[in-house]
Design a protein around this ligand. Sequence first.
Ligand code: BLA
Length: 508
Amino acid sequence: MNRHDVDLTNCDREPIHLLGAIQPIGFLLALTLDWIVARASTNVGEFLGEMDESLIGRPLDEIFLPEAIHSLRNRLTTLRGPNAVDKVFDLKLSDRAGPFDVGIHLSCGQIVIEAQPAAERHGDTTSLVRAMVSRLELVTNASAFYTEGARQVRALTGFDRVMVYRFAENGSGEVVAETSKPGIGSFKGLHYPASDIPVQARELYKRNLLRVISDVDTVPVPIHPGRDEKGKVLDLSLSILRSVSPIHIEYLKNMGVCASMSISIIVDGELWGLFACHHYSPKLPSFEVRSVCELFAQMYSMRLEGRERKEVLDYERQARDVSDQLLGAVATNEMLLKDPEWLAGILTHVIPAEGVGVWINGSYAFSGVTPSTEEFTRIVRTLNVTAAGRVFATDEIASLMPGAEEFADRSAGMLAIPISRAPRDYVILFREEMVRSVRWAGDPHKPVSFGPNGPRLTPRESFAEWQQLVKGHSRPFTPPEIRVAETLRATLIEVVLRLAGEASAERD
Ligand code: BLA
């Protein structure tokens, strides 16, 4: 697909790894496996001095110093795994230029070398990362953990704004933490649709953990030849200098952002989120600082993974306690089961919801924000047909039942727990529409002007689009919440059966 064929409706089809260009902050050479130049970015002369002949077809030892080649060859032999990139800092490539920071990796059977003029070294990067990570040990709750991560990245890089952006299951995302210089507004708490970071970008960011855009106004430098004799474009998935999607550049420009960097946060092999950094003037953290960021993000991800596992375990333990509490309380006072206020107090403690409805033996009781009696009757009828005998959750009742749009502004999602077989009794937790529970934070940096695709490519318009997309949806019920509902169901069934048993014993 030609890059000009991409528009706002087909973002996820833009082949961002095949754009055939890099940013002008360095140069790129792609070599055959016998170290002959097969492709080169058209700016090599700017870094190594103009050359008389074309670089293509020349052995690398006519261009680089022998020691540099020796060092790069060594790196190549130690590359492991499909996503491996090695780095050499402060390497003298040619007598005609200063030292470079260099990345080397393999792409489709070619050796890709990317070089950027060397920056001042930081010294002991291992202890730097260790110090950054040690700050994470001090925080207790999740929100403080996110903010501390953002703070560490900002302290190291000096970006004007650093956010932690967390993906939801459906690819949309939320700014869960932010730290910034004063006076530039806030994005914290805002949500964006999946299309803002389309699916192929999210896939790529699992393989290549960091990307930097040093200046949105620079012109990308093409790699020559664009296509090899087989018509193939160089795959830049693992590239360090890759030029990025022009659509995304327009997004940044519309926001008034001049430089950006983002680093993947990967939990359980999935892209959990990103550290997203903005600067309002050009900015290029050194190659070494970017590597430190990448390493920090990996350590951060591991700690996050540990925290999340522990959170789920703690949560499930808490749910078991609630389940015991429920059983104990009802054993002494069976009427409690028909008291929705009491039930709601207990249940929403472990599964947050704005309302609880109880349907037992054809009578209903409600607590909090719920559908009306008539609407509830229709829900129960629908459940009897579609989800009999199992816990059932949806963030969009209307997708299940025509007419539910009418009460979606009150109750958009539900978690239904059947507590008997026949006649079917239920406890149902209702969640309100998500857009109502999300606030629009402040006035984010005002757009200066718009590119050809207009204001859609701004966080403000994206937020509006996200609101449109999630209209009629509640916050989804999570897999641990659904598991907990299963446990509660077992408890409730036990109680109901016991009550039924006692009732029939009384009759006898
Ligand atoms: C990439 N979009 C991105 C990236 C971010 C965002 C963080 C990663 C690249 C980077 O580091 O800058 C989105 N940035 C945000 C959001 C906020 C922010 C949501 O600061 C909120 C505060 N983008 C669109 C639309 C399309 C699109 C409609 O909004 C498609 C039509 C595309 N975004 C798009 C593409 C990329 C991207 C293609 C990949 C860029 C690349 O790596 O080449």
